[in-house]
Design a protein around this ligand. Structure first.
Ligand code: NAP
Length: 241
């Protein structure tokens, strides 16, 4: 683990499910939190009342982001491909442009994002992406390619970024920090399931883990069958035959 000092953070997309889990983890750690969300979603943050500062606005509005990230040592960004107005890439660009020079920047996305083309996807995921991507764009609901563009810009940046790639998600109590691997298709990830609360935990922990700078970890729940099998194998390897 690195020793990046983090005191004040910004959560962009704070009102969503992942966002609210991240706010909770951050407050539990005694961090000062600024949250950005759409004006109409501000009530979804009422549980945090006067414990956080809320900056209402579109997350791809550079002026909103500039105000929100000022003075923050870390920025946690929920990248979502909503609509067809460059929501993801606009959000990522605003963060890259306006975050403090040394801030730790942690972005969320899914396994479908590939950094180096070394990921091996199941036929189910490949088929789903082939069908969903054009259909979703056709009805102007989601533009997955814009999330791909957002990540391309992040990967090309010399900022201190991490892109956390989430597996399928489920609700439930925390199982602890997820395990990760560089490539989808690695056996440890085979279970393809993470608790959303733990996805958020990984994002918050990444703020102070410098080994994750310029990494795109693909994560899976630490108590998922594939993670447990991998841990047992590592243990056997450590103790020898
Ligand atoms: N869902 C999955 O199974 C899954 C799997 C792998 C990875 N991920 C990744 O996890 C992250 C969040 O996933 P999540 O499922 O937990 O979602 P979430 O936290 O509920 O986040 C949804 C976000 O999208 C915003 N949003 C919703 N509709 C919008 C619209 N029309 N225009 C603009 N913003 C809108 C929400 O803001 P409001 O509060 O304002 O609505 C919220 O900030 C994403 O990065 C995603 O790629 C998800």
């Amino acid at each position: 683990m690195g020793t990046t000092p983090v005191r004040r953070i910004c959560v962009i997309g704070a009102s969503g499910k992942l966002g609210r889990y991240m706010v909770r983890h951050a407050l539990d750690r005694g961090l000062e939190v600024v949250g950005v969300c759409r004006e109409r979603s501000v009530p979804k943050l009422s549980e945090f009342a006067d414990r956080i500062t809320v900056v209402p606005g579109a997350t791809n509005d550079p002026e909103v982001i500039r105000r929100a990230v000022a003075g923050c040592d870390g920025v946690l960004t929920v990248l979502v491909p909503w609509g067809v107005q460059q929501y993801s890439s606009g959000t990522a660009q605003a963060v890259l442009d306006h975050a403090e020079p040394d801030a730790r920047l942690v972005f969320s996305c899914g396994w479908h994002i590939s950094r180096d083309g070394g990921d091996r996807y199941s036929w189910k995921l490949r088929l789903a992406m082939r069908i969903i991507t054009p259909l979703a764009r056709l009805v102007r609901a989601v533009d997955v390619n814009d999330q791909v563009e957002a990540c391309r810009r992040i990967f090309a940046s010399d900022r201190r970024w991490t892109v956390v790639r989430g597996s399928d998600l489920e609700e439930g109590d925390s199982q602890g920090l997820p395990v990760w691997s560089r490539h989808v298709g690695d056996p440890v990830l085979a279970s393809n399931l993470t608790r959303r609360v733990d996805f958020a935990l990984f994002m918050v922990e990444a703020l102070t883990d410098d080994t994750l700078v310029h990494e795109a970890p693909a994560i899976v729940g630490r108590r998922s069958p594939s993670a447990l099998a991998h841990a047992a194998e590592a243990e056997r390897g450590a103790t020898g035959p």
